[in-house]
Design a binder for this molecule. Structure first.
Ligand code: AMP
Length: 615
């Protein structure tokens, strides 16, 4: 399974193919300057090649995807496409399968992210047109911050405005913050739910996030990605009064202010030499005052947020640096991390300076061994996070589709399986069972013959024998039957009769005292290997089956899966269980394997003793 990840931004378009199981790149491609005459297409490790004429997003995507697919040795291995979408508004709080309604909703949200959502949408439309038969999934940059508490997401405006669902703090870079928080927790060998993390995504766009026990509870970007930290070309926080001042005293229009704060400010504006921190650091080292100030203001703002977020969470276990600047600039990390001792964070300057993250997923520590708060550097990988989210959605919807196949449920009344030797003891030498009617499992039948079963307390006068004969004697009864007979039988899979109680059987030609063999049959589903593949289960898995649509709906847990070529799909329960669910003829159940693990467990120990041959 491979996932194609498309990140269609306003001026660049990235498309990666990732192996689902390993996260490894299968192919990687970038188009720069989309929408201009200078657009170029670059495959990993190759020189960029110019794209013809002025290429819009749609054409760029068509050209690039076609070329990308041509390069793949097995384009059929792509099973889904994940799209990065910047703004999911209040509606999208997790990744979703894209359909026409989702597409329309993303379009409506363009008003909130005019630079990003239209480009994301163009990518989605072009990709859906080119690959219509594959599932497309939207993964939102805002979704991780859906957990921001009200106090953190509301602007202190008059309440009619403050409570407008479209006028609130949304936060961005959620895909990256969530990914590095998970990476950091793995590195610390801890559960995210036990950690208070501050993740600092410091790239051309930059934001900080307070991740308290796995949830984003505060982040520095707001309604738009302009709020918060100083960025490559964005100012981040300013006094809103500055806007009116610039409008009144300097004649700025709204459009001009937008351009000023989004494109002309930040590191680029302060340094006067552009937004690339490498250049700014080099010039600062030569004594350029503007560049030195740019670095100081950038670091100061990050420190301010770290202090604030530690205060909000009442402490912090780890501070994580990521993205272009966070992963690569030892100077910026040093400036940010110095004098954080009051938070218990002591940075190790040598480790910081010498740090080179290895390729692939990587987390390294830059704090001293005794630092109470860890300082970590983690490589972010939004494309990998999108691929993971996409495959999860696709697997989930597959599981739901699988679960749609109904499983016939049959109620077995008490019955007995006998060996040929027992048949002859009870019915006479050379006696053969007489088939009365076929059972659903191929080759199995209910016999004409019945037996008297005598327990310590009561007896059943006519218990049906099922054929053909087997290698073990086994009486299968319900819990209610146990009380009636006065014995205590264990719940067992068929054939697993060791240490079960015995009972007296009385036939027309003789009696047989069984030493063992009375069980309460463990509810189970018979299925073929094809069925097992369809449901995504294996022999001896334990699953849940829901019985719905009746007046006593219930979900059976602890249902054993038995797989054999000769089986027919059917679940077997006893009369107590059937009555509990008020089951009639033709009843069906639904295998619950959606989101798997909780319901579907393998229990090797208890059932390894099951002798399938005995069935
Ligand atoms: P991103 O948006 O995550 O790609 O980050 C881009 C930013 O990372 C740019 O400002 C780059 O100058 C900065 N960057 C990348 N490598 C380095 C480095 N070795 N030293 C300083 N800044 C770097």
């Amino acid at each position: 399974m491979q996932i194609l990840v498309i990140n269609c931004g306003s001026s660049s378009l990235k498309a990666d193919v990732r192996e689902h199981a390993t996260g490894e790149y299968v192919a990687k491609m970038v188009i720069d300057r989309v929408g201009s005459e200078a657009a170029t297409l670059r495959f990993e490790d190759e020189e960029p090649t110019p794209l013809p004429g002025e290429v819009g997003h749609k054409e760029a995507l068509e050209i690039s995807l076609t070329r990308l697919l041509q390069r793949l040795s097995d384009p059929e291995a792509i099973t889904a496409i994940g799209h990065r979408v910047v703004h999911g508004g209040a509606r999208f709080t997790r990744p979703v399968l894209i359909d026409d309604q989702v597409e329309a909703a993303i379009e409506e949200l363009s008003a909130l992210a005019p630079l990003h959502n239209p480009a994301n949408l163009a990518g989605i439309r072009a990709a859906r047109a080119l690959l219509p038969s594959l599932p497309h999934v939207a993964v939102f940059d805002t979704a991780f911050h859906a957990t921001l508490p009200r106090r953190a997401r509301v602007y202190a405006l008059p309440h009619e405005l403050a409570e407008d669902p479209g006028l609130r703090r949304f936060g961005f870079h959620g895909i990256s913050h969530a990914y590095v928080a998970r990476q950091a927790a793995n590195y610390l060998d801890a559960d995210m739910r036990d950690l208070r993390l501050i993740t600092c995504h410091l790239g051309n766009g930059a934001s900080v996030c307070a991740v308290e026990f796995g949830r984003s509870i505060e982040t520095s970007m707001g309604l738009t990605p302009l709020e918060g930290l100083v960025m490559g070309t964005r100012s981040g926080d300013i006094d809103p009064g500055l806007l009116f001042h610039l409008m009144r005293e300097y004649d700025y229009s709204a459009e001009e202010l937008d351009h000023l704060l989004n494109h002309k400010s930040g590191l680029a504006g302060l340094s006067g030499i552009g937004n690339d921190l490498r250049d700014i650091e080099a010039r600062a080292a030569e004594g350029d005052e503007h560049c030195r100030l740019a670095i100081q203001v950038f670091a100061h703002r990050v420190r301010k947020y770290i202090g604030a977020y530690a205060a909000i969470m009442g402490g912090v276990d780890a501070i994580v640096f990521t993205a272009g600047i966070g992963e690569n600039s030892a100077l910026m990390r040093h400036r940010i991390a110095q004098r954080l001792d009051f938070l218990g964070a002591r940075h190790d300057e040598d480790r910081n300076r010498e740090l080179r993250l290895p390729s692939g997923p990587a987390v390294e520590r830059i704090s001293t061994p005794h630092s109470r708060t860890h300082l970590l550097v983690a490589r972010t990988d939004e494309s990998r996070a999108i691929a993971e989210a996409t495959s999860l959605i696709v697997l989930k919807s597959d599981a739901v589709a699988r679960a749609q196949r109904p499983i016939p449920v049959a109620v077995s009344a008490r019955h007995i399986h006998l060996t040929q030797e027992a048949v002859e003891t009870l019915f006479g030498p050379g006696y053969q069972l007489t088939p009365r009617n076929d059972l659903s499992q191929p080759g199995q039948f209910a016999a004409e013959e019945t037996l008297r079963v005598v327990g310590p307390k009561n007896e059943f006068p006519a218990v049906r024998i099922l054929g053909p004969t087997r290698s073990l004697n086994q009486l299968e009864i319900s819990r209610t039957d146990e009380f009636a007979l006065g014995i205590d039988a264990p719940v067992r899979a068929s054939g697993d009769v060791a240490n079960s109680p015995g009972i007296l059987l009385v036939g027309p030609a003789g009696e047989l005292k069984l030493e063992q063999g009375v069980i309460c049959a463990w509810r189970h589903i018979h299925m073929t290997p094809d069925d097992a593949a369809h449901f995504g289960v294996h022999d001896r898995d334990v699953v849940e089956v829901a019985i719905t649509g009746g007046d006593r709906d219930l979900t059976f847990g602890d249902v054993l899966v038995r797989v054999k070529d000769s089986y027919r799909l059917e679940m077997h329960i006893d009369t107590d269980e059937g009555n509990a669910a008020n089951l009639g003829r033709g009843a069906t159940g639904t295998l619950i394997s959606t989101e798997g693990r909780a319901q579907l467990q393998r229990r090797a120990t208890r059932y390894d003793t099951v002798d399938a041959a005995a069935e």
